[in-house]
Design a protein around this ligand. Structure first.
Ligand code: SF4
Length: 191
């Protein structure tokens, strides 16, 4: 059976009209980064800058995400960064459940399988709830890893939280600084 590649999935996303979000987009944003990354970051959806450029996390929240990565000696090229929906919701509204369902089923889950990361880091509650129970409150579970269906998830606050509330920054950096130890434990368990 022929294997679909990340590039082929990106090509499908750029032409996709499977949900209403296709109508308002300038560019779909498939995601980018190291195709063999140990860390896969999943945000909510593209914002204005991402819609304009076709790249994920390139606005102010993206800059803070890069700072968070610097705190663990990584650059954005070392990881893979994507979103639960690949097209910008109008007026930055939350993506609707059917949009999330359609986009993740057709694209994100395939990206996860191909990249096969050691750790999936969800950014914000929409991303977290696609993989972890709806009952989870991000204020209670951020920075704690969870194993579900053979994969390990680490819910973090969305980097944009620090833009609205500056006092969140140290907490978000501290959560990110847990990542190397979590990865080390996962590798030890696997060996
Ligand atoms: S959000 Fe996803 S499912 Fe909807 S049009 Fe864009 S790529 Fe297709």
């Amino acid at each position: 059976m022929e294997t679909t590649t990340l590039e082929q999935i990106a090509g499908q996303i750029k032409k996709c009209t499977l949900c209403p979000l296709a109508q308002g987009r300038t560019h779909a944003v498939p995601g980018e980064g190291n195709p063999h990354a140990e860390l896969l970051f999943i945000g909510e959806g593209p914002g204005q800058k991402e819609d304009e450029s076709g790249r994920p996390f390139v606005g102010a929240a993206g800059k803070f995400l890069e700072q968070m990565l610097t705190a663990i000696n990584l650059k954005r090229e070392d990881v893979f960064i994507s979103n639960v929906v690949k097209c910008r919701p109008p007026d930055n509204r939350d993506p609707l459940p059917n949009e999330v369902e359609t986009c993740t089923t057709h694209y994100l889950f395939k990206q996860v399988e191909l990249i096969n990361p050691k750790l999936i880091i969800t950014l914000g509650r929409h991303s977290m709830h696609r993989f972890l129970p709806e009952e989870f409150k991000i204020s209670e579970v951020h920075g704690k890893p969870f194993r579900r269906h053979g994969r390990v998830y680490l819910p973090l606050y969305h980097p944009a939280a620090a833009l609205y509330t500056g006092s969140m920054r140290p907490l978000q950096i501290k959560d990110m600084q847990r990542v190397p130890l979590i990865l080390k434990k996962l590798k030890n368990q696997a060996s």
